[in-house]
Design a protein around this ligand. Structure first.
Ligand code: ADP
Ligand code: MG
Length: 375
């Protein structure tokens, strides 16, 4: 086992958004110091970090400075260039326990799909698309509707086009103009669910309870935990997540997004090599949060089994909900209102989230409706 990163050491985080901020909270509680690399002044993580290196993620000198300041490195998003990180690691002897292999797989949808297939995990049929001819051929095989996705850089539904008929081809070709894509068969799912899995170098593997996710305009709106699915489905999701973690030799936390069909079949949709929005509920609802597990894992500590303390509903606060949602601090004192401290409120931008612990999910969903903030 490699050496443990002890409290008092510095954790360097590449990326300064809300995920880094919540990682930092968890790390601070355990006595660590935080250095963050992010180009935005006063970004969410910088507000709670000891050092902020204000530079681009692919700035080699800045990454080197981050590495020199830190005892261990982690990233809070997958679109960091793996090669740049490798170049830094050649110069500075520092661990990045999550590794760069994980990045190479998850920052490229094709690599991710190939990995999942090899790991024996069910995924929707797909085809690699580089030319108009590939697209025509792919649509012949997969049929309408289908989804065309860029292999790199997509998030919150950005970088995708749903093809329902021939008339969507133009839009799809525009997307293809940006680079190689993958065409996916449409999965007419009954529910979207997700599961977080953490693993450390010694091989402890633990999962968080399965979350049921409701999206609006392709952005996660709400997570319900436990997911309203059968015991068998939860067990199968857990098995899939653990298989993925083991085959990847994961260190840290990883989110697995899944589609559940009416007949009970589960397909993996995507992987996130980091904490995930649908795991935020774990801060209040679980014995360990996704951020706690991540910090423990990258610092080389054992991972405990996690229990759900209470069912929960998590709902995102986007720019358009922000002012009203902050009022919940007055009107709903038992709701946990998180504000990421972002400067600049924009429609569709994730500004915070609310977690509600509950004994009655349906009543809570109704109470959320009653606020009229999200409908
Ligand atoms: N093959 C598919 N069939 C049905 N719905 C899909 C498919 N792929 C994506 N979607 C829908 O689009 C959303 C976003 O797609 P996803 O691949 O998760 O990209 P990202 O979250 O990176 O934007 C999914 O959560 C799902 O609702
Ligand atoms: Mg997704």
């Amino acid at each position: 086992m490699s050496k443990q990163i002890k409290p008092g050491s510095t954790i360097g985080i590449i990326g300064g958004g809300q995920l880094g901020r919540m990682m930092a909270f968890s790390a601070k509680e355990r006595g660590y110091r935080i250095a963050v690399l992010d180009p935005t002044p006063d970004c969410p993580t910088a507000q709670v970090a000891d050092w902020h290196i204000e530079a681009a993620y692919d700035d080699l000198e800045a990454l080197k400075e981050l590495a020199e300041r830190s005892d261990v490195l982690t990233y809070e998003f997958e679109n960091v260039d793996a090669q740049t990180i490798e170049r830094v690691l050649e110069k500075v002897a520092i661990a990045i326990p999550q590794g760069t292999e994980l990045l190479l797989i998850t920052q490229n949808r094709l690599n991710e799909k190939e990995f999942l297939k090899k790991a024996g995990i069910s995924i929707a049929s797909y085809a690699k698309i580089e030319t108009e001819a590939d697209l025509t051929e792919g649509l012949k095989t997969l049929g309408y509707p289908a989804v065309l996705k860029t292999i790199r850089g997509g998030y919150d539904g950005k970088g995708q086009v749903v093809l329902r008929s021939q008339s969507d081809i133009e839009e799809a070709l525009d997307l293809l103009g940006k680079g190689t894509c993958v065409l996916e068969e449409w999965v007419s799912f009954d529910k979207e669910i997700s599961i977080m899995v953490a693993r450390n170098e010694t091989g402890d593997v633990v999962t968080l309870p399965v979350s049921e996710n409701i999206h609006q305009d392709n952005i996660l709106l709400e997570s319900i935990v436990p997911a309203r699915v059968s015991e068998d489905t939860s067990k199968e999701a857990e098995r899939m997540a653990k298989t993925i973690a083991e085959k990847m030799q994961l260190v840290g936390i990883l989110g697995v997004e899944l589609f559940l069909t009416e007949s009970g079949k589960i397909y993996a949709n995507e992987l996130a090599p980091r904490p995930h929005n649908s795991g935020h509920y774990s801060i209040e609802a679980c014995t360990e949060s996704q951020f706690d597990l991540h910090i423990r894992a990258i610092c080389g500590y054992p991972l405990p089994e996690v229990e759900l303390l209470k069912p929960a509903v998590m709902i995102n606060i986007l720019g358009e909900h922000f002012d009203q949602a902050l009022e919940l601090n007055n009107t709903q004192p038992s709701w946990h209102v998180h504000d990421y401290g972002k400067i600049g409120v924009k429609v569709g931008r994730k500004m915070g989230h609310v977690t509600i612990l509950t004994d009655n999910i349906e009543e809570t969903l109704h109470a959320i409706d009653e606020t009229k903030i999200w409908n």
